[in-house]
Design a protein around this ligand. Structure first.
Ligand code: COA
Length: 158
């Protein structure tokens, strides 16, 4: 089976992430969306909440699996016995950091490939942080995140 891993914090998942997930699901037999559990980073949503939101927003895709990991991504990739990491690139500014991570992951496990997809231009300016900031200040995030995420954000802010 042709599988890939799409890792990230997903705090929370946005339409930009879903754009990458859905396109990856049309190429690979199985896409594992891997939520990073990073105890050192203060998250807005718990890992369980982030997983739940991802599950709800990908429910129509039978070949998408949601999982979580802590520690090194490459160790998780090896445990899953998958050889492809998918990452999204939104702008040139993403490139340097992604390039560094891809090369380090290659050094740690030469048989694992990182593949990049360009995020759709209509989502190229969004990030989870900017969505949280606008929502916290009661701005409109309609069309940038799924409805269920919008509701979860405004419920938490209340
Ligand atoms: N649409 C919208 N936003 C996107 C996006 C897209 N297609 N792609 C990325 N983003 C946003 C994310 O929401 C995130 O926003 P935020 O900083 O406001 O939360 C930001 O861009 C960075 O995304 P990403 O590069 O995916 O970083 P991440 O923090 O979500 O995840 C890991 C990074 C998990 C892949 C990486 O830190 C990792 O592998 N960690 C494990 C430890 C490890 O192995 N370290 C060594 C690496 S070589």
């Amino acid at each position: 089976m042709n599988s890939c891993i799409y890792p990230g914090s997903f705090d929370p998942v946005t339409n930009g992430h879903l754009d990458i997930i859905e396109r990856a699901a049309s190429i690979f037999d199985n896409v594992v969306v891997a939520v990073l559990n990073n105890p050192n980073k203060k998250a807005f949503f718990s890992v369980e909440e982030r997983i739940e939101l991802l599950r709800k927003t990908t429910v129509d895709f039978p070949n998408i699996e949601i999982d979580c990991f802590s520690g090194l991504l490459i160790d998780f990739v090896k445990r899953k016995d998958i050889n492809v990491i998918i990452k999204g690139l939104r702008a040139v500014s993403d490139f340097e950091y992604e390039f560094q991570m891809a090369l380090m992951n290659k050094k740690l496990s030469p048989k694992v490939e990182t593949m990049f997809m360009m995020t759709s231009s209509k989502y190229s300016y969004i990030s989870s942080s900017i969505i949280k900031e606008v929502a916290t200040l009661n701005g409109c995030i309609n069309g940038l995140v799924p409805k269920v995420v919008e509701e979860a954000l405004f419920n938490k802010i209340k």
